[in-house]
Structure formats: C-alpha cells, structure tokens
Design a protein around this ligand. Structure first.
Ligand code: ATP
Ligand code: MG
Length: 620
C-alpha cells in the first residue's frame, strides 16, 4: 500500500522506475501478492486508475501491467463500477475545468457512427507546444469527448528530413503529455498503396507527369498558366512515372501533378504536385523507393484508408480542404470530415520545426531540450508541469481565432502547480557576499532546528536550519542597512545592526556586527533579509535566468527570423545555498526565498555546483 504512493505523481517520467518495477513483478503473476485478490491489488489499481496520466493509459498497455490492470477490472466488476462512478464525476469536473472558457461544442457531424482522430507529425524534429495543441485536441475528441480512437501517424514521406531518433523522441514526448495513441502507424507503411493510387489517378486522366523547371512551375501556378505537359497521353505519363520510380537521372527531372485546375481562385487547387523523386535512403524503407508522395496526396488517402472519421487540423491547411476532398472523390474512397482550428502562436517564439532545427544546428542553444526552446522537453526542463500545460492548451479549445499568445498566463498558470510542491531554501549571491557576526545569542539560540520545508504544505516534510555567530549576507541587503537599525533575519528573529564596515574605495560593505534581539517584533521591521549560517555544508550553485531567443513579438511571413535573434539569452549567478539543497532531486522545483522558483537541472556532486534554472511565474 505504501508503494502505491509512487503512482500518484502526475508525471510519467517520475513514475518510470516504479512502473518498471511493477511490470517486472507482474510478468509471471496474476496478483500482486499470492494467488488471490488482496488489498494490494485494490490500492495499486485504484491509484493508477485515479491518476490522470495513467488512468486511460494503463488500460491500453500491451504489457503485463496492462493485462493485470484489465484483469482486475473485468474479474471484479464491482471495483470497476465504483471507480467508474468516481471517475465519471472527476471526469466531468475535469472536462468542465479543461473546457472553462472554451467551447468544445463544435458540432462535429456523424459522431454517433464512431470517432477516429489522428495526429500526423513528421519525424523531423522534437515536439513543440504547437504540436501539443494539435495532439491534445485530437486526444481530447478521441478519448474524452467520445469513446473513440486516436491514431498517431508518422508522416515520413520526405526521407531528407526524417529519422528514427525523431520517431522515438516524439513517441516519448506524447507519453509525457499523457497521450497514448491507440495505434501508431507510418505513412511509409502505405507506400505501395499510394503508388498504386497514383497509377490509378494517372490512368483515369486525373494526373500527369511534368518536367517544368521549379521556378517556371511556380510562376505558372501563380499566374494561372497551364503546363505544357498538361495534356500528354496517359501512356506517356505512365512511362514517365515508371522512369521516376527507377530514380534515374531522367526520372528525377519529372514529378506527377494532379489535374485539378489551372486557374482556380484557390491556388492550392492549381495542379498540386503529388509525387516526386528523392534518392536519400528512407529511415524505414531504405532504398526500396526512389519516389515519394507529397503531403497533399498522402494525407487524404491515408486518413480514408486508416478509418479516420474526423481530421482535426490547423487552419493553415484551410486552402487545401477542397483539394483534400477532391482526392478522395477522384479516387473513389471514403470521405473524411475536416475540422480546422487555429495554430498556436506565442510572442517572441518560433514554432516551426524547420526554424527550430536551424537554431539547434547553429549551436545557439544547447540542444532540442534547451530550456529556451519551445519544445515539450525544453519548457519542461524550464519548469513547466505537464498538468498545467494540458490545462492551458485545453482551455483554449478548438476555436478558429488566430491569436498570438503571451507567455505570461502560461507561466502564471504553472505557478499554481509548482508552488505547493516547492520546498523553500535560502541562497546568497556570492558576489561581494558580506560576513556578519552575531552577538547576544545563547547556546539554545544556536541549536539547529527542524523547520517545515514549506510554510503551508507540511507534507513536504522538514529541513534543518542552522544558526551561528558567523552568518552571510548579500551585498545588496547589507548596503541598505543603517546604523542601529532593527532588521529581521528570516526564519530566526530580529537583530540590531551595531556596526557596518565599508571599503572606502569601492563603497562596498565588507562586514557587519549584529546584536540578536529575538524579543523584537518582526512586524515592526522594514527589512526581512535572507542570511546563511557559515557552519553548515553550504552548497555552491549556479542559477540561470533566460530570455527569449528572438527580439520581435511577431515575425511576419516575409521577414527573416535570423535578423531578430537575441544575442544574449542567459544570465548566470553563482550563489551559496543552505545545506538542505542536497536533498533536491533533478527535475524538482524549489523556491529560493526572495528570489523566485527554480528547477534543479543538475544535482551537485564531485565538487561541481548544483545547476538551477529560474522558472518564470508570469511576473516581469
Ligand atoms: P514544419 O514547420 O517543419 O512544417 P511543423 O512544426 O508544422 O513543422 P508538423 O510535423 O508538420 O510540424 O506538424 C504536425 C502537426 O502539428 C500538424 O497537424 C500541424 O498542423 C500541427 N501543428 C504544427 N504547429 C502547430 C501550431 N503552432 N499550433 C497547432 N498545431 C500545430
Ligand atoms: Mg508543418
């Protein structure tokens, strides 16, 4: 029962270890203890069921944990019923909370015939928070609004950009978000089908091979001029498509275009390219194929083929909706409903994998998971909690209004989640730190004490606070003191400043003498300051603050983002922290009193300082 506690964390990563232990325990067992149902099964089952990141997911696991979980639920339906009722109540509350301020009532047609949605990332980078919106909305409609199915289809039709590394990263990032697709597929699973469809569409006279130069083709499409190849015979078109398939030099000169319209007012309808050559080996199919379908051709076919009922996608594809329908109609395949929602945009933020790839490749950041990156990993490393991210995105809902979000609300929402779990610590900036001597303390006053780590959350436990005659202050505080001023030493009591020693040339304070005055009223002092007793194992730490990677709120389509890169995006301070900081684990958040919230990125060890990142709270 005690170990069930490990399954209460709202974070898959934190549960990785206990989940693996549970899995290996259950491999050859039907029950957690012995050969029949015990309280252990009930407690662990209920905890997993009650945790919002595991509740829906474990059921779909194909491992022993999934088997055990479903077995308990079906063998002992009374447990499931009770839980289902509780969950229904919780779900309603959650849905109400998620949807607060957003309307999910978008009138999707035909939902009574079943709902299958999909999220189709190209495995060409890590997920960013724009993707999180697309993924969460599709997940919401598949798993929360309806009892449906979510497909994650890796859209791997351009081998030049894609790799297995990104497939793995995206799958993992989805699990961090609490999204578990019912099915994972790859566009490349269907290369043969799409190839046959291309032949079919050429044969029916609805597509043709074209060797118009790229720029000329762009010009013609823009002006509404027909390609010189538009009316070639089916035989010629088929012959050129076979030539393309060989990847020969001649074949590479050609592409296949759908014959939709020359001059439709919607430019997406002007004979889009549907197949092109690429000789780069594909990360899954190797060099089997030298030709690849384009996004425009692939998506309507695979959505139809895979049983997608509702394609929820961003409205940047709006112009392509008629084209999408045209392909399905022309190929005579099942049509799919489309709902488009607005892209998520943030000020001073790039949300395009191509641009983010450039930033990573140029070494402007430490990698895809850099805390300045708008990737799931990046913002998580910066201190964003997953429940807060989910809440933030779901609150926006599937609306079509395009807005440029501000990071302020994003981070202030997060603060609600981190505050109750962030232990309080003391940190003193090492630059020009000031030693102080305290007089008038009795032995009892100097005894270490156990104090709560958090003033309002006793569950976080306690920490040891050391008191001493030798204490440290920050220069800035010391500078503000006046002779004989009564101040409050936080978490200790009042003291009177008896002597201030300053360096004549720099004007900096170099020493302080204080007289302890614990009887003094802390409500009457103006300054409550942080300090640290010197006789404890002080922990050296580096704390970082970050700025936006770019300097302009919104970069327009015709502007080059590289013109607006921020040259300085990190500020580092070297501090000393109280001895309790060694108990903090990597990835945990904390608060330095009077400084702010931080997340531990690297635990201190072998003489290396702890590394912490400031977590924004939406205040400037
Ligand atoms: P690129 O810039 O290279 O095209 P991308 O960031 O658009 O990359 P994709 O893999 O093409 O990434 O996108 C996968 C899915 O995520 C698509 O359905 C796309 O509409 C959606 N998506 C991408 N960016 C956003 C965004 N900012 N807001 C909402 N959805 C997005
Ligand atoms: Mg895209």
């Amino acid at each position: 029962m005690k170990r069930a506690l490990e399954f209460t964390k709202p974070d898959f990563k934190a549960m990785d270890k206990p989940m693996k232990e549970l899995e290996s325990h259950l491999i050859l067992r039907s029950y957690i203890v012995g050969y029949g149902l015990t309280l252990a099964d009930l407690v662990v089952w209920a905890t997993l069921r009650g945790n919002r990141v595991t509740s829906g997911a474990v059921k779909r696991f194909t491992n022993s944990t999934g088997r055990w979980f479903n077995f308990i639920e079906t063998m002992y339906p009374w447990i499931g019923q009770g839980a289902a009722e509780m969950a229904a109540g919780a779900m309603k509350k959650k849905a109400a909370a998620s949807a607060a301020g957003a309307s999910y009532n978008i009138g999707l047609p035909d939902t009574d015939k079943g709902v299958v949605t999909r999220f189709p990332p190209e495995p060409s980078g890590y997920l960013h928070i724009g993707h999180a919106k697309a993924a969460l909305l599709n997940d919401y409609f598949a798993h929360e609004a309806y009892k449906g199915t979510l497909i994650c289809r890796f859209d791997d039709t351009n081998p030049s950009n894609e790799s297995q590394e990104f497939v793995d990263a995206i799958t993992y990032d989805l699990s961090l978000l609490g999204i578990f697709p019912d099915r994972i597929s790859f566009s490349s699973d269907y290369f043969q089908e799409m190839y046959e469809d291309c032949i079919k569409i050429i044969k029916s006279g609805n597509a043709y091979a074209d060797d118009t130069e790229k720029e000329q083709m762009q010009h013609e499409r823009f002006e509404g001029i027909a390609s010189k190849r538009r009316d070639e015979s089916v035989e010629d078109n088929l012959a050129r498509f076979s030539e393309m398939k060989t990847g020969s030099e001649e074949g590479q000169r050609w592409c296949i275009r759908a014959k939709i319209s020359v001059d439709d007012t919607n430019k997406a309808m002007r004979d889009p390219v549907i197949y092109r050559c690429n000789l780069t080996p594909h990360h899954r199919t190797g060099d089997t194929w030298k030709i690849y379908p384009t996004y425009d051709f692939c998506v309507p076919i695979l959505d139809s083929l895979e049983g997608v009922t509702h394609a929820l996608r961003t409205n940047e594809y709006n112009d392509r909706n008629p084209q999408y329908a045209w392909f399905q109609k022309t190929l005579g395949i099942r049509s799919v409903h489309i709902w488009d929602f607005s892209r998520l945009n943030f000020i001073k933020t790039l949300l395009s994998k191509r641009k983010l790839t450039k930033i990573v490749d140029q070494g402007m950041v430490w990698g895809w998971d850099d805390p300045r990156m708008p990737t799931i990993r990046g913002i998580r490393r910066r201190g964003m909690t997953i429940p807060s991210l989910r809440e933030y995105i779901l609150k926006q809902g599937p609306s079509r209004n395009i807005i440029n979000m501000d990071w302020t609300t994003f981070w202030s929402n997060n603060r609600k989640y981190i505050d109750p779990t962030s232990p309080r610590h003391t940190g003193i900036d090492q630059e020009d730190m000031v030693p102080g001597t305290v007089s008038g303390a009795t032995d009892a006053d100097l005894k270490p004490q156990e104090k709560p780590k958090h003033p309002k959350n006793p569950e976080l436990g306690t920490k040891t606070v050391y008191y001493s005659k030798d204490i440290l202050f920050e220069q800035e505080d010391a500078k503000s003191f006046k002779q004989d001023e009564e101040i409050t030493l936080m978490n200790w009591g009042n003291a009177i400043v008896r002597k201030i020693t300053t360096d004549a040339t720099s004007g900096k304070v170099t020493g302080l003498d204080l007289e302890l005055h614990l009887a003094g009223d802390f409500k009457k002092t103006e300054k409550k300051v942080t300090w640290l007793a010197r006789d404890q194992k002080l922990v050296p730490a580096e704390i970082y603050e970050f700025d936006y990677l770019i300097t302009k709120d919104k970069i327009e389509k015709d502007e080059d983002f590289e013109q607006f890169l921020n040259p300085k995006t990190e500020i580092k301070h070297t501090i000393l922290a109280d001895c309790n900081l060694v108990n903090l684990k990597k990835g945990e958040s904390m608060q330095f009193e009077r400084k702010g919230y931080y997340i531990l990125d690297q635990e201190p060890k072998d003489g290396q300082p702890a590394i912490l990142f400031n977590i924004p709270t939406g205040k400037s």
